[in-house]
Design a protein around this ligand. Structure first.
Ligand SMILES: NC(=O)c1ccc[n+]([C@@H]2O[C@H](COP(=O)([O-])OP(=O)(O)OC[C@H]3O[C@@H](n4cnc5c(N)ncnc54)[C@H](OP(=O)(O)O)[C@@H]3O)[C@@H](O)[C@H]2O)c1
Length: 319
C-alpha cells in the first residue's frame, strides 16, 4: 500500500490575502488543484493557461472563493508568448510571492515548439526557464518568495530508460526520437535548473524547489494510453500502485509553497511516493528526498545547462 504524503492541515488555515501567485497549466490536473487551494486561502492566482477559454471554464467555480483567479494566456511552446505573458503580468501586478512552474506534456509524438526546439524540452524546461528568468527580479523584490518547479520521478528514469541530458543533442537530431527519453530529459533539466537557481539566489530571499507530484489521475498520459484506462479502469488499484487524485497530487507543491521550514531546503527535490523508484525507501517519497540520479548533483552539468538554456531562449551569456 502506498501512503500519500500530505501537507500539515494547519498550512491550509494560513492567510494568503495580498499574496500573488502564478500557476502555469492551471486549467487541469494538479495545477487546478493547487490554484483551488491557494484561492480558498485568499490568494490571487494568475492562472497561466495555453487555452484561455479552458482556463476560464475550469476556474469558473472559484468566482465566489475568498481570493481571486485571473486567467492569462501563456503558451510555453512559444518564447514570444512567454515574453508577452511576463510583460502582461508585470503590467497588472507589482509583486510575485510564488511561481509554480507546473504545466507539462509527456511522451508527445515528435514535434517542435514555435522556436524549433524539441517539444517536451521546449515546453517543460525552456519555456519555464525563460519565464522564471524574466520574473526573478520581481520575486526578489517580493521576498520572501518561492519558485516550485514541477518535475517527475522520470527525471531519474522511467520504463527502464535512464534519464540523461544530452546537451549536444537536446533536439534528438543525432539519436532516434523516443518520447519517453525526451520526457525524462526535460524533467531532469528541471531538477538541475531548480538546484542551480537556488544556489544563485542563496541569501536573497527566494527559495526554489523541484518536485515529483505523484502519479495523478489527469490528462497527462493522453499521448501514452487512453486516459480512461488510467483514470477509471485502474482506479480500484490506486492504493496498491500509488495512483492518486489531483488534490493529493498538489500536496507536494503546496508544502513547498507554504511550509515555513521548506526554505531551509532550498534547491532540494521533494517527492510524493512513487512505485517507479528503485529502492523501498525512495518509493515512500520524501520532503525532501535525495534524487537517485547522480546527474542532479553534477555542478558542471548544471552550469552547462544554464549557459545552453540562456543561449536557446536568447538571453545574454552570464558575465
Ligand atoms: N500526472 C502524473 O502522474 C504526473 C507524474 C509526474 C509529474 N507530473 C507533472 O505534473 C505536471 C502537471 O501534470 P498533470 O498531471 O496535472 O497533467 P495535465 O492535467 O495534463 O495538466 C497539464 C497542464 O499543462 C498545460 N500545458 C501543456 N502544454 C502547454 C503549453 N505549451 N503551454 C502552457 N501550458 C501547457 C496543459 O494545458 P492544456 O490543457 O491546454 O493542454 C494543462 O493545463 C506536469 O508538469 C507533469 O509532467 C505529472
Amino acid at each position: 500500500m502506498y501512503k500519500t504524503l500530505k501537507c500539515d492541515p494547519a498550512l491550509f488555515e494560513t492567510e494568503l490575502a495580498e499574496r500573488v501567485y502564478i500557476v502555469t497549466g492551471a486549467n487541469s490536473g494538479t495545477g487546478l488543484a493547487t490554484t483551488e487551494q491557494l484561492v480558498s486561502q485568499g490568494a490571487t492566482v494568475v492562472a497561466a493557461c495555453r487555452r484561455v477559454a479552458a482556463g476560464r471554464e475550469a476556474t469558473a467555480h472559484l468566482a465566489k472563493a475568498r481570493g481571486q483567479v485571473e486567467v492569462m494566456e501563456l503558451d510555453l511552446g512559444s518564447l514570444d508568448s512567454v515574453r508577452s505573458f511576463a510583460e502582461a503580468f508585470r503590467a497588472a501586478h507589482d509583486r510575485l510571492d510564488g511561481l509554480v512552474n507546473n504545466a507539462g506534456v509527456m511522451n508527445t509524438p515528435q514535434g517542435r515548439t514555435a522556436d524549433g526546439f524539441e517539444m517536451q524540452f521546449g515546453v517543460n524546461h525552456l519555456g519555464h526557464f525563460l519565464l522564471t528568468e524574466l520574473l526573478i527580479d520581481l520575486l526578489e523584490a517580493s521576498a520572501p518568495s518561492r519558485v516550485v518547479c514541477v518535475s517527475s520521478v522520470a527525471h531519474a528514469g522511467f520504463r527502464d530508460k535512464a534519464a540523461t541530458l544530452e546537451l549536444e543533442d537536446l533536439d534528438f537530431e543525432r539519436r532516434g526520437y523516443d518520447g519517453i527519453l525526451a520526457y525524462n530529459q526535460s524533467k531532469l533539466a528541471i531538477v538541475i535548473y531548480a538546484r542551480e537557481l537556488a544556489r544563485r539566489l542563496e541569501g536573497r530571499g527566494v527559495s526554489v524547489f523541484s518536485t515529483h507530484p505523484g502519479w495523478i489521475r489527469s490528462n497527462l498520459v493522453k499521448h501514452t494510453a487512453p486516459t480512461w484506462v488510467q483514470n477509471v479502469l485502474m482506479r480500484p488499484l490506486a492504493p496498491f500502485i500509488g495512483l492518486m487524485s489531483a488534490e493529493d497530487g498538489a500536496q507536494t507543491q503546496l508544502h513547498c509553497l507554504l511550509d515555513p521550514d521548506a526554505p531551509k531546503h532550498s534547491g532540494a527535490y521533494f517527492s510524493q511516493n512513487s512505485i517507479l523508484y528503485a529502492t523501498r525507501a525512495d518509493k515512500k517519497g520524501g520532503w525532501p528526498l535525495r534524487s537517485p540520479n547522480a546527474l542532479v548533483y553534477d555542478d558542471s552539468l548544471a552550469a552547462a545547462l544554464d549557459a545552453k538554456s540562456r543561449a536557446m531562449v536568447g538571453l545574454p551569456a552570464r558575465p
